[in-house]
Design a protein around this ligand. Structure first.
Ligand code: HSE
Length: 441
């Protein structure tokens, strides 16, 4: 049978990785897919770069619409990124009856409902394994491997840039700004790292996993998003002394009143495997009622790791594109008419978790009692307290000290209210640091 023809929109790092791996492993991929898969047309504004990347025999154009208009192309790979032109091109490709493979988590987390509906109506597939955790086949695992389960929760390190920064901060005792500069110098962080360091990239990814895990629409706008820019080296050190590491986690959980969907730094017990994921690596823990806790680990970015996921999607489409659309795996794991509309994303005030609190206080009689008394009155149960020597915190003769408190599980709203009261105490001398703690047990 003639190879299936693929058009590639955007040939940067991932695009050239896809081209190279497809070429290098073409024989084995063909044996798996049942027929060959060939990228025959590439669109990129930089046609010289594109031509250099693909060599002879591949048509290179600057106009992406020429790829979509080509009747010989069955699958379009979108690797442009963003919500702008990428969205238009994906919608046009679907309208033209092309299957789409994309690594664009931002596009799907924000516009996924519209895109999947259009694909459903047209009977084409939109595949996005590369959009979450790069080379880790987490979409496949959630959508197919764990399909027997009622998934209870997912917690992931799904942004390599921030995990690299946090690892360096811990290893070297450096502050955030210093490590970010070094990460940019070494090429680990983008020149504009905003989406990574502010948690937005992780929120896009956890939004997609949440939809697949719980059969709910993609709802990025309802995700709670906090990045790592305000983390102090001091808190990483105190957390370590208490047996924890701080990680930027994407969490989604089935809770009593709805679904939790949140990204924020969190203390994780140092003995958990997730706490030991270092550098730019990614890892996702999924807890299903039948299987228990499972862990997926690997490279979350990079040319060939991400290409691995893109090509897995190409193979899936090649195997399934002649099948009746109703028999294919649904885009979001649940059949479109069986998506749940009764599970709301919970506001953060209703989320229940435990907390690390750091209070800079006057080192004088009665302060600890006032602080713990106020927490007790609010119904917040304390798990552990650590008080540093004043000299260690503020230098010799210091009259200030750090009081670190770990709480048991509490509703976030209760903690918000208690912290507002604590902050107003005259003996609390600086803004209180609050970091959530996830036991992941
Ligand atoms: N910028 C992402 C990261 C990779 O640092 O993990 C692409 O999603």
């Amino acid at each position: 049978m003639k190879p299936i023809q693929v058009g590639l929109l955007g040939i940067g790092t991932v695009g050239s990785g896809t081209f190279n791996v497809l070429k290098r492993n073409q024989e084995e991929i063909k044996r798996r897919a049942g027929r060959g898969i060939e990228i025959t047309m590439v669109a990129d504004l930089d046609t010289a770069r594109a031509s250099a990347a693909v060599g002879e025999g591949v048509q290179v154009v600057s106009d992406a619409r020429a790829v979509i208009a080509n009747p010989d192309i069955d699958i379009v790979i979108e690797l442009i990124g963003g919500y702008g032109i990428a969205k238009q091109l994906v919608m046009e490709a679907i309208a033209a009856g092309k299957h789409v493979v994309t690594a664009n988590k931002a596009l799907l987390a924000v516009h996924g409902t519209e895109i999947f509906e259009a694909a459903q109506a047209k009977g084409v597939m939109v595949a996005f394994e590369a959009a979450v955790a790069g080379g880790i086949p987490i979409i496949k695992a959630l959508r197919e491997g764990l399909t027997a389960n009622s998934i209870q929760w997912i917690a992931g390190i799904i942004n390599g840039t921030t995990n690299f920064i946090l690892s360096e901060m811990r290893d070297k005792g450096l502050d955030f700004a210093t490590v970010l500069k070094e990460a940019q110098r070494l090429g680990y962080a983008e020149a504009d790292p905003t989406f990574d360091i502010e948690g937005v990239d992780a929120a896009h990814k956890v939004t997609l996993m949440s939809a697949i895990a719980f059969g709910i629409p993609v709802q990025f706008a309802k995700a709670h998003v906090e990045g790592i820019t305000k983390l102090a080296a001091q808190d990483i050190k105190y957390a370590e002394q208490l047996g924890y590491r701080i990680k930027l986690l994407g969490i989604t959980r089935r809770a009593a009143g709805g679904i939790e969907l949140r990204v924020h730094p969190a203390l994780v017990p140092a003995k958990r495997l997730l706490a030991n994921v270092e550098g730019a690596m990614n890892a996702v823990v999924v807890h299903g009622d039948a299987v228990g806790t499972t862990l997926y680990y690997g490279k979350g970015a990079g040319s060939e790791p991400t290409a691995s996921a893109v090509i897995a999607d190409l193979v899936d489409i090649t195997r399934l594109h002649t099948a009746d659309a109703a028999q294919r795996v649904p885009h979001l794991a649940f059949h479109p008419n069986a998506m749940s509309d009764h599970l709301d994303v919970l506001p953060m005030r209703d989320v229940v978790t435990s907390y690390y609190l750091r209070l800079r206080v006057a080192d004088e009689a009665g302060v600890l009692a006032r602080v713990t008394g106020l927490l007790a009155n609010a119904g917040i149960s304390i798990d552990a307290v650590l008080q540093r020597e004043a000299d260690e915190v503020g230098g010799e003769g210091s009259t200030q000290t750090d009081l670190i408190i770990l709480t048991h599980d509490t509703k976030e709203g209760t903690v918000d209210d208690a912290l507002a009261e604590l902050q107003a105490l005259p003996s609390v001398l600086a803004p209180i640091v609050r970091i959530r703690k996830e036991e992941l047990s």
